[in-house]
Design a protein around this ligand. Structure first.
Ligand code: 6PG
Length: 229
């Protein structure tokens, strides 16, 4: 389901509202909200709005457990770290307890062990996976042609993508398929074709991995879809 917004601000406000709503539903139903965060740049405004305008939802935040859908293989204080983005824009402003946060230790020298350790603590059915969309149709760190797209056993693995930093740890399609809800935020020019390929009735997941979550909730800005749709 695609919803189109005038700009990133209105998209981010709608995303914050939807995330808070899904979180409260999860807490009411199961007593906790297991949320896999997205990386990249698009989600930052959504994170900041949640921290600023939903901070009073203490019963939600104390029962939210934060994970990541992917991480670049850099230290947790590196400017390219997806964890650092969320720490600065969401976790620290909301004073989230460290026991509610499980980041991917992708800086480890033993990346395969780091992936296996993360898989062991990742919830079987995340309440929400927040994702972005790359211009090439990738999502999380599942890039076109990646062997991870054919993975049938592991839920988390080391991959080499095309978007620097190239070496990453990512969830595999098994996790995407197990999520109760998926929300994809799409902003920025150059993504119109990828969005169209991701949502088209027919297509190839190997060429457009974001098709794996075609049935999810999609929020996009018009400047993204205005070009070449
Ligand atoms: C990452 C993300 C990646 C991102 C898209 C969109 O670690 O980079 O997992 O999938 O969501 O590349 O990135 P932007 O939001 O910066 O356009």
């Amino acid at each position: 389901m695609l919803q189109i917004f005038d700009d990133l601000e209105t998209l981010s406000r709608a995303a914050a509202e939807r995330i808070a709503s899904l979180g409260k539903e999860a807490v009411a139903a199961r007593g906790r909200f297991d949320w896999l965060l997205a990386g990249g740049t698009t989600p930052e405004r959504t994170y900041r709005l949640l921290a600023a305008e939903y901070r009073q939802e203490r019963n939600l935040w104390v029962k939210t457990h934060f994970y990541w859908g992917d991480e670049r293989c850099v230290p947790g204080d590196h400017p390219e770290s997806n964890y650092l983005l969320a720490k600065r824009s969401l976790l620290d402003p909301l004073a989230i307890s460290a026991e509610n946060v499980d980041r991917i230790r992708a800086e480890s020298s033993d990346r395969d062990s780091a992936a296996a350790e993360y898989e062991a603590i990742l919830p079987a059915e995340p309440d929400l996976i927040l994702l972005g969309l790359g211009e090439d149709g990738h999502t999380a760190s599942l890039f076109p042609g990646s062997p991870a797209l054919d993975e049938s056993r592991r839920r988390v693995m080391v991959v080499e993508g095309t978007k620097p930093p190239k070496v990453r740890i990512t969830i595999t399609p098994l996790v995407l398929c197990a999520a109760r809800n998926v929300l994809v935020l799409v902003s920025g020019g150059g993504k119109a074709q990828a969005l169209q390929r991701a949502l088209a009735a027919q297509g190839d997941v190997r060429l457009t991995p974001a098709r794996l979550v075609r049935e999810g909730i999609w929020f996009a800005c018009p400047k993204t879809i205005a070009q070449r749709l």
